[in-house]
Design a protein around this ligand. Structure first.
Ligand code: ZN
Length: 161
């Protein structure tokens, strides 16, 4: 906190029907967490980190916004969702890549299990799955993805568990 960033006052979320998985779009050698992402998000004008949880490269789960607060991670769905960010997701050239560590996937699975117990109604999906259906056919195909986030197919991954 400093003078240019007034104290963050969370607003409480009333509904939680989405658990949205993101990536930080950082390279695998960048060992970052909530602290760094908070700085970046503040630079973008957010009050604080936009995600509720961040999973570091070593699988540590860090808390961002309070779990019951409205986040800032997905356009149009912040009022009814929890945002989880996996650190990584682009290769050395900056291209989307599923380069998360085994420890991160174990941690993500454990965290989603806990969240599912608290929010049994919530659907789990990746950020890109919420991209608008541009051609209006009701089906969101990969070429309609605005971004690759979180750089892996969350639904397919969940099925393997
Ligand atoms: Zn995202």
């Amino acid at each position: 906190m400093n003078a240019s960033h007034p104290a963050y006052i969370p607003s409480v979320r009333k509904t939680t029907d989405l658990l949205v998985v993101h990536c930080s779009a950082t390279r695998p050698n960048q060992d970052i967490g909530v602290r760094e992402i908070t700085q970046w998000h503040r630079q973008r004008g957010f009050d604080t980190v936009g995600y509720h949880y961040v999973i570091r490269r070593n699988g540590d789960v860090e808390t961002g916004r309070p779990e019951n607060a409205i986040g800032a991670h997905v356009k149009g769905h912040n009022a009814n969702s929890i945002g989880v960010c996996m650190v990584g997701g682009v290769d050395a050239a900056g291209k989307p890549a599923n380069n998360f560590t085994a420890a991160q996937f174990v941690a993500l699975h454990g965290l989603l299990d806990q969240l599912r117990k608290r929010y049994p109604e919530a659907r789990i999906l990746g950020h890109r799955d919420l991209s608008p259906d541009r051609n209006g056919d009701g089906i969101i195909t990969p070429n309609e993805f605005i971004k690759a986030c979180p750089s892996f197919d969350v639904a397919a991954w969940l099925k393997r568990y």
